[in-house]
Write a protein that binds this ligand. Sequence first.
Ligand SMILES: [Zn+2]
Length: 275
Amino acid sequence: MSNERLYRTEGIVIRRRDQGEADRVLTLCTPQGKIEVVAKGVRKIRSRKAGHVELFSRSNFVVSRVPYSWDIVSQVETVEPHAVLREDLTRGAYARYVVELLDCFFAQDEGGPALFDLLDRTLTWLCQERDLDLVVRFYEQHLLGLAGFRPELFRCVGEHAALVLLSPRGAQGERRPYGLDPARGGALCPKCYDGCKGVQTVVPLSPAALGFLQECQRGPYTRLRGQSVAPALYAEAERVMQHYITYHLEHSVRSGVFLRQLRWEKGTRGSETTL
Ligand SMILES: [Zn+2]
């Protein structure tokens, strides 16, 4: 009697690596969490499954459970290929950053329906939108939230007897820089930032960048879309989030480095590609 069991799941391919002569191990983000499965024979020229297990594609899988080994893809059919992400170098670079970040923050079996939806929507936006930087800044805030690393951006994480709310876009118009302290998990008011300028892990955060990141966290994306954000503000928001993420992962995100290189080589913002 076979002890294999079949199950069905939707999944988005976030990583692929070769295995043996002709197989591939796929890392999938599914509504039940992140899983690894093996797709047998997909590197053979005549494989019928090969076209359905491309990076970034969302597919319906039928998988056989195998004790003490990878589960095996028995059937697969693509629902949404997100093909633009494999055809357009810039959009693909943003998408690689998006899936790598998920892979870094979520271990095997972690995640759930909200993460799956966030990833699916983000990949769709990266296929369609003009402003790719906005898409990834929004994604970062929400991914970190689901991973339990949401930076506190609305109240100072410094030493205060009472709650100090941060409203960089408020009527007072604070002009001094705020700070971001990954070790304490969020933003510092200008007074607290002033007090820890010597601390290496604390970085400055302009009122405009704090306001922008708050908006990304608050969402929804449809409300942010269409805003015009200055390139310098995007650059700052990217830099501070990179700092925050690197601190918590204890390493940098490789595809993020590649993305910045690519943008630098093109000498233009990544968002200005055309389809
Ligand atoms: Zn403070």
